[in-house]
Write a protein that binds this ligand. Structure first.
Ligand code: ZN
Length: 281
């Protein structure tokens, strides 16, 4: 793909092409925070050609510009990016702390004052799998997320503040504090903003798990399986939020849904229905 010359800003479609080719991480080490690097040097080429641009984390970018890491090594890594070989990204450490946590999902607020070790705040849990949760452990506030695709495969995991993702989605990007994963053009799987020390905001999302589909928009949470909408709610010190299916231990939540019909291997009906709600999905 050809870009324009004399403009240092790389056109967005070219950036995406580079991200996909490089496995959404530094080609040397797989780290999810990176810069776009013209392999032949911007000063030499003055054009944006996707094949000639690669991804480098801050460390490896500095090493290359200072000459400590030979350019040849980058050319080599670019041919076989780290994340493409491993299938998952290197972890990114998130910095959450304190004993008060807030999770905002689709304009609904879940606020919990964590009192004592192993206190949990779980806004969404399906069949005992917390899709998003904070836990207080050894005095540390730890974010945990399990995000699945429609094949019930994990695409994003945050395990005790360590974030990593599979390279299978169409596009993954962390810009500033916001992580966006897209299944395809104009089809967003999640947009999640990290607000350390104690807050996470999800204003777009499609949580999928075991045939349950939960769509999140800026002002609502919708369980498409049974058309239940949650809007404008605010829970304080309610350790569970939306609880679907059985849990191994009892959780006090503000909405527990049992006997929810599941989509079995085909979410066409739910997607068609979702389309009538918001175009983005
Ligand atoms: Zn690196």
């Amino acid at each position: 793909m050809q870009g324009t010359s004399n403009d240092r800003n790389i056109p967005l479609p070219i950036q995406r092409e580079v991200r996909q080719r490089c496995g959404f991480g530094c080609v040397v080490c797989g780290f999810p925070l990176y810069e776009y690097d013209h392999i032949k040097g911007w000063a030499n080429v003055h054009e944006h050609v996707a094949e000639d641009i690669t991804l480098l984390c801050d460390l490896h970018h500095r090493e290359v510009t200072s000459g400590l890491l030979p350019r040849d090594k980058i050319v080599e890594a670019n041919k076989s990016p780290y994340n493409l070989r491993s299938g998952i990204s290197k972890p990114l450490q998130l910095h959450f702390e304190g004993d008060l946590c807030e999770i905002h999902i689709g304009g609904n607020y879940f606020t919990t004052l964590m009192s004592g070790d192993y206190t949990e705040s779980i806004p969404i849990i399906v069949d005992g799998i917390p899709l998003i949760a904070f836990i207080l452990q050894d005095g540390h506030l730890l974010l945990n997320v399990n995000l699945f695709d429609e094949f019930n495969q994990l695409v994003l995991r945050i395990v005790n503040n360590q974030l990593f993702y599979s390279i299978s989605p169409w596009d993954i990007q962390i810009v500033g504090k916001t992580l966006t994963i897209r299944e395809k053009a104009r089809k967003m799987l999640i947009r999640m903003t990290f607000e350390p020390p104690n807050k996470v905001i999800i204003d777009k999302g499609r949580f999928l798990c075991n045939g349950v589909e939960i769509l999140v928009d800026s002002d609502q949470i919708l369980v498409t399986n049974n058309n239940i909408l949650i809007r404008g709610s605010s829970s304080v010190n309610c350790h569970g939020g939306l609880i679907i299916g059985p849990t191994s231990k009892p959780i006090g939540g503000f909405m527990s849904l049992q006997g929810v019909n599941r989509y079995l291997g085909d979410s066409k009906a739910s997607l068609a229905w979702a389309k009538t709600v918001k175009e983005e999905f």
